[in-house]
Design a protein around this ligand. Structure first.
Ligand SMILES: Cc1ncc(COP(=O)(O)O)c(C=O)c1O
Length: 410
């Protein structure tokens, strides 16, 4: 068995057929599958250690608490955060982004100020800022994307230094767009922002999977991602934030676990990170982050996996454009295995449905990035996104199936 076969064998979901065809799961940018170690943890936490964390003195509660905190430590190590206090658990990347948009804006953004986002953002890094800006009378501005799909950091610099000089309170941008699949230089972006005295939030929903970063070295102020895209279950998300901001911002939600002392007159808050973790947390999913980070780390450091991912990427970047009428978006060299494209004369939904019947799971539509897709002149695209358990044979099957689907529609 080669390395990739061994990895595949750890994913029960990949062993199934759909419509009588072996499943080719190419929708990893939406949700990845879970390896055996994550499934075991999920099962164990539900069947044996199902007890509320941080509250009781009994055995089950202390095991559940330990595993929840081990999940936090695993994340801290994976993203190289300075301390566990800076790693907040939320319900997902969307919740993390809403937390910052709400709390940061309340503390630091006022009337006439500017929040700057990129033109390649997921709705979850647009809408919360729109809502927050509206509340305080601030303006939401957008810096552009270059034709190769990378973010235009020169334009970012000029907006910070000239166009909106002195007015920008925060920059929020994606590390890897879920549509374009290009890896942006977040350390470079952070340098540009900090030179202008502005903090930066990075949406790492796709970056955590394909281009792990040290938040300390990249010196980003906030970093957000979801567990379910990086081999953990749904319902758990992470917000890394620099201590200074997490301490100064007001909490997002009130409730149990986030308090120090409560009276009817006044409440004082728990220390970080619990200040932002009101209510019973998803301790089952959080515990699964430890095996999920282990798996991600193993893949990251395995030369066979890296080689396989890069040959699949090269193959698809070569073969997809050969299909008559196909345009692929996001062609910069720093390409993650996320491929969005349009094919002239074929509607993306029709293609996705035919491909599904051939066993290939793809994403179609606006992919929660309507402004970006519209700027490319489309209402929707088709997307294939890979994970370490995908194979070259699957890529070849996918290209053959796509050609067949196109010929059926023309
Ligand atoms: C770049 C990006 N940001 C944010 C999100 C939101 O993640 P979630 O729906 O898990 O909160 C996604 C999900 O597709 C994404 O791809």
């Amino acid at each position: 068995m080669d390395t990739i076969d061994k990895i595949r064998a750890r994913f029960p979901a990949l062993q199934q057929s759909v419509y009588g065809k072996p499943l080719v799961y190419f929708d990893n940018a939406a949700t990845s599958q879970r390896p055996d170690t994550v499934l075991v943890m999920q099962q164990e936490m539900s069947s044996r250690f199902n007890a509320n964390i941080h509250r009781a003195v009994h055995y089950l509660s202390s095991v559940a608490t330990d595993r929840y905190e081990a999940g936090r430590e695993a994340v801290r190590k994976y993203i190289d955060a300075g301390s566990r206090e800076e790693v907040v658990f939320t319900s997902g990347c969307t919740a993390s982004l809403n937390l910052v948009a709400t709390c940061f804006t309340e503390r630091y953004v006022g009337k006439g100020d500017v929040v700057l986002i990129s033109g390649a953002e997921h709705h979850s890094n647009i809408v919360p800022w729109q809502m927050a800006c509206r509340r305080v009378g601030a303006e939401l501005k957008v810096f552009p994307v270059l034709p190769d799909g990378s973010l235009d950091l020169e334009a970012l610099k000029s907006m910070l230094d000239v166009q909106y000089a002195g007015r920008v309170r925060i920059v929020a941008m994606t590390q890897i767009s879920n549509v374009l699949g290009v890896v942006n230089d977040i350390a470079g972006a952070a340098r540009i922002c900090h030179a202008a005295g502005v903090p930066i939030l990075v949406d790492g929903a796709q970056g955590i999977v394909h281009s792990p970063v040290s938040v300390s070295n990249a010196d980003v102020d906030f970093f957000a991602f979801s567990g379910h895209k990086v081999y953990a279950p749904t319902g758990i998300g992470v917000l890394y934030g620099k201590k200074k901001y997490l301490e100064e911002m007001p909490p997002y939600m009130g409730g149990g676990d986030m308090i120090d002392k409560v009276t009817y007159e006044k409440t004082t808050y728990a220390p970080l990170p619990l200040k932002y973790e009101a209510g019973t947390a998803n301790f089952v999913a959080a515990s699964c982050l430890a095996p999920a980070m282990d798996f991600a780390g193993e893949c990251e450091s395995d030369i066979d996996v890296r080689r396989s991912m890069s040959s699949m990427t090269d193959y698809l970047m070569t073969e997809l454009p050969k299909i008559d009428g196909l345009t692929i978006y996001g062609t910069a060299d720093a390409k993650a295995p996320v491929f969005s494209f349009a094919i002239k004369g074929c509607h993306h939904e029709d293609l996705a449905q035919i491909m599904d019947k051939m066993g290939v799971a793809l994403r179609s539509g606006h992919m929660c990035a309507e402004p970006l897709i519209n700027s490319l002149g489309h209402t929707g695209l088709l997307r294939a996104s890979l994970a370490p358990y995908n194979t070259m044979e699957e890529c070849e099957y996918f290209i053959g199936a796509l050609k067949k689907a196109v010929s059926m529609l023309r």
